[in-house]
Design a protein around this ligand. Structure first.
Ligand SMILES: [Zn+2]
Length: 283
């Protein structure tokens, strides 16, 4: 499932094909994915210029010159492919139409943007740009972890007196938007906090290490994603999936990589999802 760094990588990969370009033709090949597409989506997209391509949490937002914003969510298995335009060092030109290519945008710069989603948990919708933050998918989202509205004081307030395990609190999209299972595990390993610890017991000094660790872990992954856009292995134009090595995620039974620790990575389940951590250096 794509997390924030993957979505940001997709956005950056789409920029050269989409930003400032006109959607000359939108091809919409079914009536919806997770939810029905908005009415007349083909007509509302065709002829619109993409003024800006932004990201909010795990959503890509294309602001159109029609005063509407196209909201794109990749869901579980959504993939974006770009062809006919240069990304990084490569000119991508695949491709036979594939089975699950549901929406294709033919852009004025010659680029072709394809949304492929085998499991169809993804979503696309249109909303008035001025009120896009009120859209059902975006309303109630907390601050961006890489933005200025996310800071120590906010976490202190949200954590104070609560018994929620810290991993679940950081996955709560109302507290901070866009953090997912993988990167929360990595963050908690980096700061030495056990994922089951109630947030009320996390002191101010620990919170002051948590905020920069969240930013670092995400930024490193975004950097790895950025490199992937220049990588010949991505030459099929598929965006957002890149090699990135995790220290704890998916490493049950392996030696902990924290210098001098000597512990072993454990896996537990919290709210139905796997948590990876080292009981030796995370307390
Ligand atoms: Zn360890």
């Amino acid at each position: 499932m794509p997390e924030l760094p993957e979505v940001e990588t997709v956005r950056r990969g789409l920029l050269p094909a989409m930003e400032g370009e006109v959607i000359e033709q939108a091809e919409v090949r079914r009536d919806g994915l997770r939810w029905k597409f908005p009415e007349n989506m083909t007509a509302r997209l065709t002829g619109a210029r993409v003024n800006a391509l932004r990201r909010r949490s795990k959503y890509i937002l294309a602001d159109l010159d029609t005063a509407e914003t196209l909201i794109i969510h990749l869901g579980m298995s959504g993939r974006m492919q770009v062809s006919g335009v240069k990304i990084g060092d490569f000119f991508h030109d695949h491709q036979e139409q594939q089975k699950h290519d549901h929406v294709v945008l033919h852009m004025s710069g010659g680029g072709r943007v394809t949304f492929n989603d085998a499991r169809r948990f993804g979503a696309m919708d249109l909303a008035t740009t001025d009120r896009v933050q009120e859209h059902k998918m975006l309303a109630g989202l907390g601050p961006e972890p890489l933005g200025n509205d996310f800071h120590e004081d906010l976490l202190k307030e949200k954590f104070s007196g609560r018994k929620t395990p810290v991993k679940l609190a950081l996955l709560d999209q109302k507290i901070v938007a866009g953090l997912g299972n993988i990167y929360v595990c990595e963050v908690l390993n980096r700061v030495g906090i056990v994922p089951t610890r109630p947030v009320g017991g996390i002191d101010a000094a620990e919170i002051s290490t948590l905020v920069p660790a969240i930013r670092e872990v995400l930024s490193e992954a975004i950097e790895a994603g950025g490199s992937s856009l220049k990588d010949y292995r991505q030459a099929d134009g598929e965006l957002g999936y890149f090699q990135h090595s995790f220290k704890v995620y998916g490493r049950e039974g392996e030696a902990c990589q924290t210098p001098g620790c000597g512990g072993e990575i454990s896996r537990i389940t919290q709210s139905g999802r796997s948590t990876f951590f080292c009981a030796q250096c995370q307390r």
